[in-house]
Design a protein around this ligand. Structure first.
Ligand SMILES: Nc1ncnc2c1ncn2[C@@H]1O[C@H](COP(=O)(O)OP(=O)(O)O)[C@@H](O)[C@H]1O
Ligand SMILES: [Mg+2]
Length: 347
C-alpha cells in the first residue's frame, strides 16, 4: 500500500436527484438505479488507509469553484454528466486538468472520442477493428454512410446507458426505420446513429491499465439467450435497469467460460485495440458482439465504466484474482503513476 492520500470521490447530481453534500456514504442510491458504486469505492479507499470523502458537482459554478479548492491529492472521478448533460463528461475532466487536479480514468480527449459513437467507429475503422457498418443522420444532414443492410439498429449517437434502446430500436423495413429515426430525433433531440444489427453473443472485455502495463481481464457475457422469442436480443434499457421487468429477470451477466482459446484471444486483442484507439486509460470496458461464425464486432468502448461490485467490471476483476479493494487500489496507483511519469496527460 502506498502513502495515505486525501482522495475526493467525485460525482454529479442534478435537479431532483440532488442530495446534500455529505462526508458519509449515502444511505440510498437515488441517481443510479441500483446500489451506488461510490459507496463501495469510498469504503475501499478508507480500507486502504486513505482519507476519502465525497465531493459533489451540482451543476452550479459554485461547486466547480469549490472543487478547485478542495485540496485533494487525487480525485476518483465518477462523474457521468454535468448539469444533467451527459455529453459533458469531457468538460469535467478538462476542467480538472486546467485547475491542476489529478484524477482517475479517462482524459477529456478519450471522453470526446468515445462519447460520440460515430467518431469512435471512425477511429476503429482506421485501426482495422471490425465495427458494424453505419450511417448518421440529423435534421436532414447525412454525415457518413456505408451501404448498410437490414436489419438495422437505430440509436442516439451521443448517449449511453441504453437510452433510446428498446425492442423497437431494431428495424427491418424502411417504414420502421423512418419512424424510429423520427422518434430518436424528437425524443432526444440527438443525431441518430443507424447501424447494421449484428446477431450474436454479447461479450464485455474489462481492461485495466495504461501504456505498456495493460491487462484484459476475463471476459464477461451478458446472456440474452433467455429473452422471449421474437424480441431482439439486445441490452435494452429494461435489461440494464428495470428490475421489475421480464427482460431484467431473464438476463444475467456471467464469466464467459465456454469460449475456446482462439476466440478468447481474438476478443481480447480486438478489445485492446479499441481501448487504445479511443485512448482509454486506467480502466475501461469494451462491448462486443461475437457471431456464430466467430466474427468479433466492437459495439462501443466505455471510459470509466460502472465499478459496482455486482457489475461486469468488478466481476471480471474478481475472476482475475483481485479483491474489490485491490481493484480500487490499482486504479488509484495507475492514476498516480501517470502523474509521476509525465507532465503531458493527453495520451
Ligand atoms: N449494431 C448492433 N448490433 C447488435 N446489437 C447492438 C448493436 N448496437 C447496439 N446493440 C445492442 O444495444 C446495446 C446498447 O448499445 P450501445 O451502443 O452499447 O449503447 P449504450 O452506450 O447506451 O450502452 C448493446 O449492448 C447491444 O446489446
Ligand atoms: Mg453499451
Amino acid at each position: 500500500m502506498g502513502e495515505p492520500l486525501k482522495i475526493a470521490v467525485l460525482y454529479d447530481v442534478w435537479g431532483e436527484d440532488e442530495e446534500p453534500r455529505s462526508e458519509k456514504p449515502a444511505e440510498t442510491g437515488r441517481r443510479r438505479k441500483e446500489k451506488e458504486d461510490r459507496e463501495e469505492i469510498l469504503e475501499a479507499l478508507t480500507k486502504l488507509g486513505h482519507d476519502a470523502s465525497y465531493y459533489v458537482l451540482d451543476g452550479r459554478a459554485q461547486s466547480l469553484h469549490g472543487l478547485a479548492k478542495c485540496g485533494a491529492d487525487l480525485v476518483f472521478n465518477l462523474t457521468e454528466s454535468y448539469a444533467g448533460d451527459d455529453t459533458k463528461e469531457m468538460n469535467v475532466a478538462a476542467y480538472m486538468e486546467l485547475i491542476g487536479l489529478r484524477y482517475t480514468g479517462a482524459g477529456p480527449h478519450a471522453h470526446f472520442l468515445a462519447q460520440d459513437k460515430a467518431t469512435a467507429k471512425k477511429m476503429f475503422a482506421f485501426h482495422n477493428i471490425r465495427t458494424p457498418y453505419f450511417a448518421t443522420v440529423y435534421r436532414g444532414h447525412l454525415d457518413h454512410a456505408h451501404d448498410i443492410k437490414f436489419p438495422l439498429i437505430v440509436k442516439p449517437q451521443l448517449e449511453d446507458g441504453s437510452i433510446g434502446i428498446d425492442a423497437q430500436a431494431v428495424v427491418g423495413s424502411v417504414k420502421e426505420l423512418m419512424e424510429r429515426v423520427a422518434y430518436v430525433q424528437n425524443e432526444f433531440d440527438s443525431p441518430v446513429l443507424i447501424e447494421e444489427y449484428i446477431e450474436g453473443r454479447e461479450i464485455y472485455a474489462a481492461i485495466l491499465g495504461s501504456y505498456e502495463r495493460i491487462e484484459v481481464l476475463p471476459l464477461v457475457e451478458l446472456d440474452l439467450s433467455q429473452l422471449p422469442e421474437g424480441t431482439p436480443r439486445i441490452a435494452s434499457r429494461a435489461v440494464k435497469f428495470e428490475r421489475d421487468s421480464e427482460a431484467y429477470k431473464l438476463t444475467e451477466s456471467k464469466i464467459a467460460d465456454d469460449l475456446d482459446a482462439e476466440t478468447i484471444q481474438k476478443l481480447g486483442d480486438t478489445a485492446l485495440a479499441a481501448y487504445r484507439a479511443v485512448k482509454l486509460r486506467d480502466y475501461g470496458r469494451v462491448d462486443m458482439r461475437l457471431t456464430s461464425g466467430g466474427e468479433v464486432y466492437v459495439i462501443e468502448a466505455n471510459p470509466n465504466p460502472w465499478l459496482s461490485s455486482k457489475h461486469e467490471f468488478a466481476m471480471a476483476a474478481k475472476k482475475s484474482g483481485r479483491s474489490y479493494t485491490e481493484l480500487i487500489a490499482s486504479i488509484v496507483e495507475m492514476a498516480l503513476n501517470r502523474y509521476r511519469l509525465t507532465k503531458s496527460w493527453n495520451n
